[in-house]
Design a protein around this ligand. Structure first.
Ligand code: UGY
Ligand code: MN
Length: 258
């Protein structure tokens, strides 16, 4: 009698299996790659740096902040930088200066210009993105104003070149040297061009899945992934999966690149 019994495969735990990668023109960091850090003057908060100028040409910092219930700042944050906070989950109260308070729900955000420090406190557990950069001041151009809002309350513009919609969360005028855009795509949509531009990007996948073309590579991305794109990194996106993908995109704007 012949036997076709196969012995059970051994369970293999491949610790080196990872989608994360670091290339000269981009990095991909996935949730399983992120390492817990602490940042000064934040208690009850795990910080996961996504982009900083340490090894990348990045001129900005982006951090995923995970708050435990009541996690908060112990003194004003953000001195010397302009700062943007976007809530992913939970409820966060951001206070600016002495008397302005912004209660933020998921999709809520606040931008504070350089010179306005802020405090933060979480009601329950929450997760947020923090983007900071040095303001690129230009002679004769006025300083930007604080901005607060929610992605559901801004205009989502259709854009044929990306095959989706983009919603600028900050005003696009020369006072602002950074954009934070909410981009959304139908499943199956794709860019009509490969962009190559002098600005850099920090891209956080909020929902769905897709394939990103980055320089010479195609990489699969899904909710929770972060992609840093260096200046001049060729880029285009193809929306796959079964749910509409969206991402939050940092971009430096309105400056000459020097
Ligand atoms: O505005 C942009 O540069 C945007 N279309 N890029 C991107 O989504 N990778
Ligand atoms: Mn781009």
């Amino acid at each position: 009698m012949s036997s076709s019994t196969t012995s059970p495969s051994p369970v293999v735990h491949q610790v080196s299996a990872s989608r994360g990668r670091v290339r000269p023109a981009y990095t991909l960091m996935c949730p399983e790659n992120l390492v817990e850090n602490a940042l000064p003057h934040l208690t009850g908060v795990v910080a996961k740096p996504l982009a900083t100028p340490r090894a990348l040409p990045a001129r900005f910092g982006e951090y995923l902040l995970e708050f435990e219930d009541g996690g908060h700042s112990t003194r004003p944050l953000g001195a010397g930088f302009e700062n943007f906070l976007y809530v992913l989950e939970g409820h966060l109260v951001v206070t600016a200066g002495t008397d302005t308070s912004y209660p933020l729900e998921p999709g809520g955000y606040v931008f504070l210009p350089e010179g306005t420090e802020f405090g933060v406190r979480s009601a329950g557990e929450s997760r947020a993105l923090w983007v900071k950069r040095r303001y690129d001041r230009v002679d004769g151009v006025a300083a930007p104003e604080p901005v607060a809002g929610h992605v559901d309350e801004v205009t989502h513009h259709p854009d044929d070149t990306i095959g989706g919609t983009y919603a600028p969360l900050l005003p696009d005028d020369e006072r602002y040297d950074m954009a934070m855009n909410f981009m959304r795509f139908d499943v199956g949509a794709r860019f009509r061009m490969v962009e190559v531009h002098h600005q850099e990007h920090g891209l956080y996948m909020l929902a769905g899945e897709g394939v990103y073309y980055l320089g010479d590579d195609h990489v699969e991305v899904s909710a929770g992934d972060f992609v840093y794109m260096a200046p001049y990194c060729p880029q285009s996106f193809y929306a796959t999966g079964s749910a509409r993908p969206s991402y939050l995109l940092y971009k430096d704007i309105n400056r000459d690149g020097f």
